[in-house]
Write a protein that binds this ligand. Structure first.
Ligand code: FES
Length: 282
């Protein structure tokens, strides 16, 4: 049977409904039904792993796999079976969400700046920033938490200060020489950015989502952390953007996800000079 993509949500809801109804079965029947579910899932996982392994054997196959994973239903299936993982940035961001309440209870906060190979760059904020205990806080709290849950991360370091602000007001100009020689990428003109309308800007480092909010230009990776789909078709209502794929909502003033607080958008520092938008892409 051919399943159309628009049926994906209906199919997922059907699974949820059936699972929910199992609760009403007598214990013995419920256990058997769950065992059947597990057996079918194991069978699917076995076949899917073989399929993915086969595709990965050739460049063409890898290309096809990459394309296939852009489909939310295929992504969901492979993700559910642990065959693909969330990207590293999203996983680290999820861990930081866990330590954030502790840091906030001490008047501080932590911002995830970037993840490069096995190194996480963070910036401490509030009471943690520059205080004599900041290194200790970083080592004992953030680093331990990240390394415990994501073993491939080997170190957590403080990000350098020169890219400290991701959100500079439009009227802020900077006399610094030649942004293009210090890692900043020239984007579109401010005039192309309309309030309430996200603008997609593509470059060789990927797709960027630009939005204007209360006189500020904001830049994020144009990738929803839910399933990695593009966000530029999303509706913006005041400071909230809604992902056009499955409706996750994000606060554009912080990048935080309102629907699932353990994920967030990846922000990039932005400057505006001579009405041109500059983005710092790491
Ligand atoms: S990709 Fe699913 S909500 Fe955005």
């Amino acid at each position: 049977m051919k399943v159309q993509q628009e049926d994906f949500h209906a199919l997922a809801e059907r699974v949820d409904r059936v699972l929910e109804s199992l609760k009403d079965l007598p214990e013995d029947a419920r256990m058997k039904a769950l065992e059947l579910k597990k057996a079918i899932e194991s069978f699917h996982e076995y076949a899917l792993r073989k399929l993915v392994r086969t595709l990965r054997e050739t460049d063409k196959g890898k290309e096809l796999l990459q394309k296939a994973v852009e489909d939310p239903s295929i992504y969901a299936m492979l993700f559910m079976h642990g065959i693909i993982k969330q990207d590293l940035f999203t996983r680290v961001a999820a861990v930081l969400e866990e330590v954030r309440p502790y840091m906030r209870s001490h008047g501080g906060d932590v911002e995830l700046v970037k993840v490069e190979e096995n190194t996480v760059y963070v910036r401490l904020q509030g009471a943690c920033s520059g205080c004599s205990l900041s290194t200790m806080t970083l080592k004992n709290g953030v680093e331990e938490a990240i390394k415990a849950r994501i073993p491939e991360i080997e170190q957590v370091v403080m990000a350098e200060d020169e890219v400290s602000s991701g959100y500079l007001p439009i009227h802020v100009m900077d006399d610094e020489n030649r942004l293009d020689q210090s890692g900043w990428l020239e984007g579109p003109s401010v005039s192309e950015l309309k309030v309430g309308q996200p603008l997609r800007f593509s470059c060789d480092k990927g797709d960027i989502l630009l939005v204007q909010l209360e006189g500020k230009v904001m830049a994020f990776r144009n990738q929803c952390p839910h399933m990695g789909m593009s966000l530029d078709g999303g509706l913006v209502d005041e400071s909230i953007i809604t992902c056009p794929w499955h409706g996750f909502r994000f606060d554009l003033s912080t990048g935080e996800c309102i629907t699932a607080p353990h994920v967030q958008l990846e922000p990039f520092p932005v400057r505006v000079e001579d009405q041109r938008i500059w983005i710092y892409l790491r």
